[in-house]
Write a protein that binds this ligand. Structure first.
Ligand code: NAP
Length: 461
């Protein structure tokens, strides 16, 4: 069967309510892809085009007419044409009077024009009812059927009836319409597909900043210091040793930063005695990107695991073990097993393994396909309770790693403590504050506040 020319079987061909004809202006990529879907949903389709010649790419069951002829056949016209060509619609204004015009267009830049494309269309054809829709769905996704990530279609418009008609088509295509209100919302809807990972910006910039800071910190302590004082060249530490210090540090700090806004919010609510006043903007934004912070933390933790796995095959490590063995043989001595060190080393590894296991579990439950299958209580249990257990395990892993070296003056170089000691500051603050908040004298009022109780109701906004 020719995939392009379209012996498409309508999904709802025997529907008792005969569907109204839909018109699409423009036989480009998007018009054709949407046209295929519309025919599959059982709608008669007509294309309005500059050229009335049909081609094998155009759905077989669709008519191709001039713009004016096509517009007369349908109450809904989808304008699958770039905004810069909209002026061809001006002479058609009378034909388009009273019709529903669906603007699907996107721009190349955020806020490229003073008004949204949909508002511009409404100005060009004042007698028509303009609705914005479909701009967040790609032609490729429509054609390939991979619409899982973009099943939602934002719809906005000033005419309720027109909006309803468009939302019915959206539903018939197996998509989910989301009413965003009046045409004023069109600018925001048009900007939406142009945003580059908006929720990831803060976590990624923060991780880049922290990575740069800890890289230079470790470089100073572990490479430059031995070179200056002992004339030893450890520059190869840049390849594995330093990244393997930075990754666990960032994983721990970022994981703690996932839980820090929660404890700050609790303190603010306790202080204000109400949950009905808005948090500061920065806290709201921080809370919204906790999932992304957690996933970046998980990425660093996974890298730490990989770097750790290669330790035994590193040339430096093999050299150090063999030179220690040779030195014992030359001195005819056998160092006894240090039980304390063995305990510390095994406990630190065990805590790391358990912490990483729970870390992965947190990551998996944050995936939409998994979180959609658990109820709110189960989700909270995993993300909050298990999340704190993960933070405790990872913090303990780092504390035990420090072991007896923790406060020893020899571990300071140029007065700089070991980098992992810095990584403990934020998690320890979060855990201590969380621990204090568990005390009944704070936990009880906080629970009541979260259930709607107010200390001074007259002060809430
Ligand atoms: P395209 O492949 O370039 O097609 C645009 C169509 O517009 C052409 O095939 C042509 O149709 C018509 N056209 C071009 N110049 C014209 C003119 N001077 N006067 C009248 N009609 C003209 O573009 P597209 O990718 O289909 O995108 C169409 C619209 O959908 C754009 O506004 C875009 O932002 C939006 N959109 C696209 C996608 C996507 O994935 N492609 C996703 C969401 C939204 P005829 O030859 O039949 O006249």
């Amino acid at each position: 069967m020719n995939k392009n020319s379209s012996n498409i079987m309508a999904l709802a061909p025997n529907t008792s309510n005969k569907r109204e004809t839909v018109c699409i202006f423009g036989t480009g990529d998007f018009g054709r892809a949407l046209g295929h879907k519309i025919i599959q949903a059982g709608y008669p389709l007509v294309f309005g085009s500059r050229s009335t010649q049909t081609s094998s790419l155009i759905p077989k069951d669709a008519e191709v007419l001039s713009h004016a002829e096509a517009a007369q056949k349908a109450a809904i016209i989808i304008i699958a044409i770039q905004r810069q060509h909209y002026n061809f619609l001006t002479p058609l204004a009378e034909t388009l009077r009273g019709k529903v015009l669906v603007d699907v267009s996107n721009n190349l830049k955020i806020n490229q024009y003073p008004e949204s494309n949909a508002e511009y269309l409404a100005q060009l054809v004042p007698g028509a009812k303009v609705v914005k829709a479909f701009n967040t769905v790609s032609a490729w996704a429509l054609q390939s059927g991979t619409l899982d990530a973009s099943r939602q279609v934002f719809v906005c418009g000033d005419d309720m009836e027109a909006k309803q008609m468009v939302m019915d088509i959206v539903r018939a295509l197996g998509l989910t319409p989301l009413d965003q209100g009046s045409l004023l919302a069109a600018q925001e809807i048009e900007n939406y597909p142009l945003q580059l990972f908006p929720m990831w910006k803060f976590p990624i910039l923060l991780s880049l900043g922290l990575t740069a800071f800890f890289f230079f910190y470790c470089l100073t302590r572990d490479v430059i210091y031995p070179y200056v004082y002992e004339n030893k060249d450890f520059s190869f530490f840049i390849a594995i040793s330093i990244p393997n210090r930075i990754c666990p540090i960032l994983a721990l700090i970022l994981l703690a930063l996932v839980y820090l806004p929660g404890v700050l919010a609790a303190i603010i609510q306790l202080y204000r005695g109400t949950k009905y006043r808005r948090f500061p903007d920065w806290l709201d934004k921080w809370m919204l990107c906790r999932k992304q912070l957690g996933l970046v933390a998980l990425a660093f933790a996974s890298l730490h695991v990989l770097y750790t796995l290669v330790i035994p095959i590193r040339s430096f490590v093999r050299w150090r073990i063999s030179s220690q063995t040779i030195s014992q043989a030359l001195n005819n001595e056998t160092k006894p097993l240090n039980n304390t060190n063995a305990w510390l080393s095994d406990s630190y590894l065990a805590l790391g393994i358990l912490g990483f296991f729970l870390f992965v579990l947190l990551g998996i439950t944050s995936l939409p396909s998994v979180s959609n299958n658990v109820n709110w209580r189960e989700f909270r249990f995993v993300q909050s309770k298990l999340g704190y257990v993960t933070l405790v395990l990872c913090t303990a892993h780092t504390l035990v790693f420090g072991g007896s070296r923790f406060l020893s003056p020899s571990s300071y170089r140029w007065y700089l403590p070991n980098a992992y000691m810095l990584s403990l500051i934020v998690p320890c603050i979060v855990l201590v504050v969380k621990f204090v908040l568990i005390f009944p004298c704070l936990d009880k009022p906080l629970t009541r506040i979260r259930q709607g109780w107010e200390r001074n109701p007259q002060y809430s906004e």
